[in-house]
Design a binder for this molecule. Sequence first.
Ligand code: ZN
Length: 382
Amino acid sequence: MTAMIHARFDSGNIRVLDQRGDVFDLEIVADRDSDFYQWFHFRLSGAAGRAVTLRILNTRGSAYPGGWPNYAARVSEDRIDWRQAPTTYTDDVLEIRYTPASDGAWFAYFAPYAMERHHDLIARTAMTPGVTARVLGYSLDGQTIDCVELGDGLLQVWLYGRQHPGETMAEWWMEGALDMLTDPHAPIARALRQRCTFHVVPNMNPDGSSRGHLRTNAVGTNLNREWHAPSPERSPEVLCVRDAMDATGVDFAMDVHGDEAIPYVFIAGFEGIPAWTEAQGALYTRYRETLARRTPDFQVQHGYPITGPGRANLSMSTNQLAERFGCVAMTLEMPFKDNDDLPDPDYGWSPGRSMRLAEDCLAALWEMIDVLPAAPRGGTTR
Ligand code: ZN
């Protein structure tokens, strides 16, 4: 049988440049109307029992060339269990060597999270007593921006992810968070629901997700550079979420992402915002330290450089929300590679670890619940 490669499905992305038997030369396709690319997802067929070599040639121009050294592609034959495939990176070529047991093998930059699974998540969460599932608006392709709401408390907690659609670990994290929050037997979840109202947007960028984009929506907009001035033309996804935030207020916000290059889980804050206060910063620091104490999958040594006073980019959601509401806001970053403090040679960073991390993030929020201030309600912003 002839080996073949396919990518016409949800979040599929690859182009075949050349095939020499079971050796393929490939390139990743850029996001529409954008130069960004790094996400790939494709199916190999017709190669059971044979050693196949998959060579991705255009890594040099990718969004994060630093993401390729010490990275391993993920592979699955059942599309459920995604493991690291033998992968090398030499002379700008990412080479995956794999011998599938069956005639189907799927390869991806990280375990995919399909839009069908997103709708399954929204549906089963919405069926839980006390949960409201709202459609906040529409993407440019007409997909829904879904928000799940639960809890009766004063503290307004916003959790949102996948502004960058190729960072699928963000939606795995959301699934872990929602499964815990809706578990009637989870004591921390029950307690949190008494003290907080949760607003959860598991996927800010459904168009980029469907289209197999790394970083942008249907017209090439990086949604996490739109929060100062979202528009119906370029970023309705952000506009509808920010409007909903203005209506509820925000006391605690977490924006969930994946990082291509850094092999650790870390959190980035809002240090450079004009309205920064010591009290606001102290709560942020305390949250990070609490989470680092709770789980060996989180640390505070490695991460992004801290922005100087007054130099924050207010087009990014964490900075915009911290400035706009005076709240504790943060960007959670999980690796595409692995957590080098606790490496797993079989899986690397994984959906399962993303989901467990969400549970620890919620538990860290519970540990701080008595010191987090709930702002006066009524949609007041600074
Ligand atoms: Zn991101």
